[in-house]
Design a protein around this ligand. Sequence first.
Ligand code: ADP
Ligand code: MG
Length: 237
Amino acid sequence: MERDAIFRKQHNIHTSGTNIPSPLHDFSELRSRYECKPYILRNLAELNIKKPTPIQMQAIPILLSGRDVFACAPTGSGKTLAFVCPMLMKLKRASKDGVRAVILCPTRELASQTYRECKKLAKGKKFYIKLMTKQLSNTAEFAKLSCDVLISTPLRLKSSVTKRKLDLSRVEYLVLDESDKLFELGLLEPVDAIVKACTNPSIIRSLFSATLPDTVEELARTIMHDAVRVIIGRKNS
Ligand code: ADP
Ligand code: MG
């Protein structure tokens, strides 16, 4: 068996798709393989995060190679870092080029939790990371909001797009976190509207969840392009 296959098997990483990048064995490879800036490695060390979890091992290199991913891994297995780390690396540095990355979370509580994680990993770097709140959508010139990372629930972001004309056409990176919940009745319509508003053709889309029911997988296929599927452990554990 080839080296990657053995490593994946050892870590219970199941993949499907074509040309799947090798998994990360260690965070130091972020630097040797992907020229990761020192601030990320410094922040990981400060957070006492030493070794990538299986979802991080496989999802990070896929996203860094610019591919869409749909990923399923148990609760508490470090999915946030699996998408925040490559996202910050891809954004490279702060810029005022509109909204550059969007992370959708099903609840406000999860959105603020993700916001805090994102800030921790970005520490020492001047990224504009914003949590979508009512106050934010009431600021002057909101339609021309510039931020590197915008974290929101679907309903709030959708109304920002439709009522306040927030421009998402420059989003380079879209994450649907806890996508099984985002695809439930009531959120599906706003999620779909946001996906459609992110019209940048070179966008990287990713979808993370703890379970991957067939319905979610079917919906995922309608929004993803040449995605790599990563499952840690069993599909619906
Ligand atoms: P999930 O979204 O999969 O439920 P989280 O991303 O919320 O999980 O991570 C759960 C906890 O694990 C967080 O406190 C996070 O800081 C921590 N964590 C993430 N990655 C690692 C790692 N590689 N090593 C140690 N702890 C980690
Ligand atoms: Mg999570």
